[in-house]
Design a protein around this ligand. Structure first.
Ligand code: ADP
Ligand code: MG
Length: 319
């Protein structure tokens, strides 16, 4: 490791986030050492954000930090896991202290908010990209997977769909918009809010869950494939901000990326529990958008049935 690299790590990533009780060794040695509390399991995931793919080249360092951590936190939320630690592998085109300061301060803020500790990583020169590995824990066997949905389950989704797609359209200069919505949508794109508050709900009631990163249509399909089921969705139940143009609402809701909402399946016996959740959580409303079926994948819209299984789905990196 060069002196420059060492000083970057020390100055910007040496002690970041909230120290955790079960960390034995963090940044500075060849590896970190962690303890998994008795009665809990470790849940691990990784996600990369690349300049030009996951964020536009003029995105601020603070927004990049926010998004890189938020997309990883969103995976923890989908598993109903309590996030605890993360590793940061960063490729930097140059040593720019102003950029690094802004990046690490924003990262520290988001990490502290979620009681998350940075325990290590890697620092290289290269095109700007950030890979994080996040680690969390669940009470033994209380994780939620994509595989447990069954016919008759309600299909629920949190928050609103399509705002990030709308935000991207604004940023790319293709759309003029009312100021309020502009802020809401650009925030949704740049600063997604991982739905960690849903963890207890998912743990207690969800048969399957996924975070919606590539568009609802594609991500729900992952649940259906893993669970060996089908689904029927209701177009008029999809939660889309009323300021999004009607002719774009369906496209953005089904195939717009970067929502980072949670889609889950819940046994219909828990209807009252969903209602109670909605009463108690005005900022994280769960919309009932359809039902799990034995097979097929369709959308009911204005009296007609659209076959979703034959339509192209969400974002694919290798198309
Ligand atoms: P090694 O040469 O043994 O791989 P490194 O030089 O890559 O070690 O890293 C030295 C220490 O700094 C390690 O503890 C590593 O986890 C940590 N580290 C390196 N880069 C980062 C980073 N971007 N954020 C947090 N910790 C980092
Ligand atoms: Mg290394």
């Amino acid at each position: 490791m060069s002196r420059d690299e060492f000083s970057i790590i020390q100055r910007f990533f040496g002690a970041l986030g909230a120290p955790r009780k079960h960390t034995r060794l963090a940044v500075g040695d060849d590896a970190a050492v962690l303890e998994v509390p008795a009665g809990r399991q470790l849940v691990v995931s990784t996600d990369t954000v690349i300049c030009g793919v996951h964020f536009l080249p003029d995105t601020s360092a603070a927004d990049i930090a926010w998004k890189a951590l938020a997309v990883n936190l969103s995976d923890m939320a989908a598993m109903a896991a309590q996030p605890a630690w993360f590793l940061l592998s960063i490729n930097l085109p140059e040593q720019n202290d102003t950029w690094l300061r802004e990046f690490s301060m924003a990262l520290d803020q988001v990490a502290k908010r979620h009681h998350l500790e940075l325990i290590g990583g890697d620092t290289c020169r290269g095109e700007l990209s950030i890979t994080m590995q996040i680690m969390g824990t669940v009470p033994t066997d209380k994780y939620v997977t994509r595989a447990g949905a069954k016919p008759g389950d309600m299909i629920l989704v949190s928050g609103e769909l399509g705002n990030a797609a709308q935000g991207l359209k604004y940023l790319q200069g293709r759309k003029a918009a009312p100021e309020a919505l502009r802020e809401q949508c650009i925030d949704a794109l740049l600063r997604p809010q991982p739905r960690l508050e849903l963890r207890p709900f998912l743990r207690d009631y969800a048969s399957a869950a996924i975070d919606v990163s590539d568009g609802l249509q594609a991500d729900l399909a992952h649940i259906l494939n893993a669970s060996n089921c089908g689904a029927c969705l209701q177009a008029d139940k999809l939660p889309v901000n009323s300021n999004i143009a009607a002719e774009e609402a369906l496209e953005f809701a089904l195939r717009g990326g970067d929502d980072y909402e949670i889609c889950c399946c819940v046994d219909s016996h828990f209807e009252a529990e969903v209602e109670l959740w909605n009463q108690q959580n005005p900022d994280c409303q769960l919309s009932r958008i359809g039902e799990v079926t034995p097979s097929g994948y369709s959308l009911e819209s204005g009296g007609s049935l659209i076959d979703l299984s034959s339509l192209p789905g969400g974002y694919r990196h290798f198309d």
